[in-house]
Ligand binder design. Structure first.
Ligand code: DUC
Ligand code: ZN
Ligand code: ZN
Ligand code: ZN
Length: 476
């Protein structure tokens, strides 16, 4: 046969179009999209289903040493298993440079965690915690050339925070080598001040994590990052935006013509700070501790305003899983003494698509095409994976999710494939669910069953981001 696989009878949805079409696949690539495709060594009947590009989650943390100490609940094996069960075919986790360590050695170590352990394709962002002259002068430019074309910097956390001078030096380096910078915007000193005052007043329950870093703290850091980016003339991506205050800073910058991009995440349209109160201001609130913290219902609406208005290009999970129970869990003995020790992060790679679909497309806020852009196409374009990944068309990798827009499910831990012993999205009812995930032409997940193996995923050496090209409006 001409085709290894034909997906017949479905409706193909891309960021641009919705068309009734069959999809022909050969050697892992899409080789035909047409009204009727005959033949096929294997045929999948997709009638009644949507045929969409597999999810690309450009913000996940797997096997990462950081964020408060305890071991993460997911390495590549369980994290990517969860990813494919949720309709994703590519993830971009972070290779973290500990202070004092060589960046190259950190990347080599991280490959040991990932290679041969991934159910889906993967690339690495870098996390720069120690921008020494050798890192900025040699290691980072060399790694960008090797396909690690984006990196994240932090404006908070003792082990990761960069001061303003360091941010400027890193931004200048990124400009020079064409890397895309992602910025975690929360102000270190403000959080530290608030935390000490809260602790002194005996306010140590998990809920006070949210009180210690209100939106003004995120807004101030967002503005500072934007200003530093403007001074250097380097494009930046503001990640995990939680509400109106930081969203409006990004919109303001975009309206000035600055290349500032925005990412938001599942928790900012589905969880609130009240969830951190737990059952009765108790430690069960720790299940929802992440940074920035989820806000309130008005913030959900502000995030939708940013999504609909084009302020946000990507919708990610910020999957950063910890256990709830046990000595490594959210409730570990030290974490019970103060919110400050509760590890920051929640699992969510598996529910990103259903929650965005249900609240977005299902409730009439976005179109199916916008859903595809927010969950796949824009991630590929922004992070240098396009046109290999991110759409359905001749020449793209055959990374596909078959989607049932009418399937009703209630998110519960027993459905999940992640390593965590809980999901913070427990009990959320959704309409719309992935029924099959296809990675480069092979069915890797079907109806919650994992059919692929951890040898399936391949490392993606990424190209430079076209979004990282400076504006040319320079101050120097
Ligand atoms: N930042 C992230 O990006 N993820 C989890 C925690 C954090 O602070
Ligand atoms: Zn550089
Ligand atoms: Zn972050
Ligand atoms: Zn993150």
């Amino acid at each position: 046969s001409d085709y290894d696989l034909v997906i017949r009878g479905g409706t193909v949805v891309t960021a641009a179009d919705t068309v009734r079409a069959d999809v022909g696949i050969r050697a892992g690539k899409i080789v035909a999209v047409a009204d009727k495709i005959e033949g096929g060594a294997k045929v999948i009947d997709a009638s009644g289903l949507l045929v969409m590009p597999g999810g690309i989650d450009s913000h996940v943390h797997l096997a990462q040493p950081a964020f408060g100490g305890p071991k993460m609940a997911d390495g590549f094996e369980t994290g990517t298993r969860s990813a494919i069960a949720g309709g994703n075919t590519t993830v971009l986790p972070f290779a973290l440079q500990p202070r004092g360590a060589s960046l190259r050695a950190s990347v080599t170590d991280y490959h040991r965690e990932a290679d041969g352990q991934s159910y889906c394709d993967y690339g690495f962002h870098l996390i720069i915690s120690d921008p020494s002259p050798s890192v900025l002068g040699q290691e980072l430019p060399a790694l960008v050339g090797d396909g690690y074309t984006s990196f994240k910097v932090f404006m908070t956390y003792d082990d990761l925070v960069l001061n303003d001078r360091q941010l400027l030096e890193v931004f200048d380096c990124a400009r020079g080598c064409g890397a895309l910078v992602m910025v975690h915007c929360e102000g270190y000193d403000s959080i530290k001040f608030m935390t000490e005052r809260l602790e002194a007043a005996g306010k140590t329950a998990p809920y006070y994590h949210a009180v210690s870093r209100p939106q003004v703290v995120e807004r101030e850091a967002t503005h500072r990052a934007i200003s530093h980016g403007e001074l250097i003339d380097v494009p930046i991506m503001i990640v995990h935006v939680s509400g109106r205050e930081p969203m409006e800073q990004i919109r303001w910058a975009q309206q000035k013509g600055l290349k500032v991009y925005g990412e938001t995440c599942t928790q900012y349209i589905s969880l609130t700070a009240d969830d951190l109160k737990g059952l009765n201001m108790d430690e069960t609130g720790g299940k929802y501790v992440c940074s920035p913290p989820p806000r309130d219902h008005a913030s959900w609406e502000a995030i939708w305003e940013g999504i609909r208005g084009g302020v946000f290009q990507t919708f990610s999970s910020d999957h950063c899983p910890f256990f709830y129970e046990g000595s490594e869990g959210k409730l570990n003995p030290k974490a019970r003494t103060s919110f400050k020790w509760v590890p920051n992060g929640i699992p969510g790679v598996e529910v990103r698509l259903p929650i965005l679909w249900s609240k977005g497309v299902g409730e009439g806020r976005i179109t199916p095409n916008e859903f595809v852009a927010l969950t796949s196409t824009n991630h590929a374009k922004i992070y240098g994976l396009y046109p290999e990944k991110g759409s359905i068309g001749v020449g793209f990798d055959a990374d596909i999710v078959l989607w049932d827009p009418n399937r009703k499910e209630t998110i519960r831990q027993e459905l999940m494939h992640h390593g965590s012993d809980y999901t913070p999205f427990e009990g959320i009812a959704v309409t719309g669910w992935p029924v099959m995930t296809i990675l480069r032409g092979a069915v890797v997940a079907e109806e919650g069953r994992i059919l692929g193996t951890k040898a399936d995923g391949k490392f993606l050496k990424r190209g430079l981001s076209p979004y990282a090209v400076p504006t040319g409006r320079t101050y120097l």
